[in-house]
Design a protein around this ligand. Structure first.
Ligand code: FMN
Length: 189
């Protein structure tokens, strides 16, 4: 028998997106956001929900552009982006990251991160504590060493962080269990 756990933000897993912006002084900043994910195929879009209290929120409202990264290591630095504010700390400097200005949008990405989505703000939705920003993905940039032979990102090389919304842990990904849009077809064909 199932137990009721109440109305909570429990979903397993969620990605850990790292959102890169320039603040009002032009300083690059980066923050962790687990409340986000792909939300449209055409145009290709990704959503992220931020609290107004974050420095990143003001930067997105002002510049309407941002970059997202997904990184592999649950080290101190990837934790840092989610526990310190760009208002007080230069997170790029502390983490030893090199800020690169995107050639498509007015936002920075970290040269050290192998995978980047460059986004322009398409929609803003006031939900409650969080405001959802829907960004159109203008380009995806990836280092060659995270690509497979077919030119697509290899998830086993990317090693994206996943977030446990219950115990607030960072996890890695496991192995391939089956091919989506293919497995299961044999039941109806
Ligand atoms: C794993 C993790 C996920 C987070 N996800 C979000 C999120 O989706 N939205 C949000 O507003 N804050 C989120 N936070 C908190 C922000 O990352 C944190 O407040 C950060 O200091 C904000 O940085 P900024 O002030 O430089 O923008 C998360 C923190 C962690 C550790």
């Amino acid at each position: 028998m199932k137990q009721s756990l109440g109305a909570k933000t429990l979903l397993f897993p969620t990605p850990v997106l790292m959102v890169g912006t320039y603040d009002h002084e032009g300083k690059p900043n980066i923050m962790n956001a687990a409340w986000g994910g792909i939300c449209c195929s055409q145009p290709p879009c990704i959503a992220v929900s931020l609290r107004k209290a974050t420095h990143t929120y003001a930067a997105i409202v002002e510049r309407k552009l941002y970059c997202r990264h997904s990184v592999g290591k649950a080290g101190e630095t990837s934790g840092l982006y989610g526990v310190a504010s760009g208002r007080d700390v230069d997170k790029f400097a502390v983490a030893g990251l090199t800020a690169v200005k995107s050639d498509l949008v007015d936002a920075p990405y970290a040269a050290e991160f192998p995978f980047v989505l460059e986004c322009r703000l398409l929609h803003t939705l006031e939900i409650g504590l969080h405001t959802q920003f829907v960004g159109e993905i203008m380009d995806v940039k990836a280092d060659a060493d995270v690509l497979g032979a077919d030119g697509l990102p290899d998830i086993l090389k990317l090693k994206p962080l996943v977030y446990d919304t219950g115990h607030r842990g960072y996890y890695g990904i496991g192995s391939l269990l089956g091919q989506a849009f293919s497995i299961g077809k044999e039941l109806v064909e």
